[in-house]
Design a protein around this ligand. Sequence first.
Ligand code: AMP
Ligand code: ZN
Ligand code: FE
Ligand code: FE
Length: 281
Amino acid sequence: MIDLHTHTNKSDGTDSPRELVNKAIVQGLTVLGITDHDTTSSWQEATDSLRGNLTLALGSEISCLTEDGVSVHMLGLLFDGKHKQMQVMLEETRDGRMPRMRKMVEKMQAAGIDISMADVEAARPDGATLGRPHLADALVNKGVITSREEAFQGMLNNESQFYVSHAAPTPAQAIAMIRSAGGVAVIAHPFASHRGQILKATDFQELVNAGLNGIEVDHRDQSPEERAMLRSIATELDLVITGSSDYHGSGKLNLLAEFQTSPGQWEKLESLADKRRVVRA
Ligand code: AMP
Ligand code: ZN
Ligand code: FE
Ligand code: FE
């Protein structure tokens, strides 16, 4: 069982890296990808918690914005965590999430909603990449809404009056950085249309030119038709096909390993990194 896309409480998941590794071992996963948003801060604890036969593919889900302002998530796996420019890029994105959150909170206050930055900070685990799910948790704590799910169906979705984007690299810039740090780049849920505007089929060639290695095809936010379309794009462009859960602990309905990557596709993906970077106990 291979699941290449999960989150811990170092971003907007709810399990600690140790808890996630333990769950993966208990459920019998063979490869676990840990991909917290715009950070590698889960890597050390996950590595220290590793035992048995589980293999770790450490990575990060990098927030990107196209020139047209479309939000894209790029999974970087198996890159060098000590790569200076990569860490600078991730840090710049994390830094931009603070003023962005302040603006969202101000918009809500202007609409008469009882919420403050202190409430959001109280809902954010230590050292976690700040995101809308923490604002959702703060709103739940305040009794404004009842769940993250409700937040993303309404006041926190990309089309909401309260939504503000944050500075981020373009998808091509993120891919180039992942590759120069020795890793592999897989575009996450590219056709997850309910999140707002999405990529077009013709956008993929440019990403391949930038060094894209794979497409996340099997993901709960993509319909069977969207998956079929992505599968044919991946085949045509000779890209690796992945499937993953995007597990967030209790922060989302997604169950660990609910979608998986085949051993053959994983082998191909791993061979595209500049060296053997998987972590074994
Ligand atoms: P941000 O990066 O701050 O723009 O927030 C986006 C994050 O919200 C993504 O990591 C998603 O995983 C998460 N998210 C999107 N939809 C939902 C949902 N329905 N329930 C919980 N979390 C969600
Ligand atoms: Zn998330
Ligand atoms: Fe994502
Ligand atoms: Fe994710």
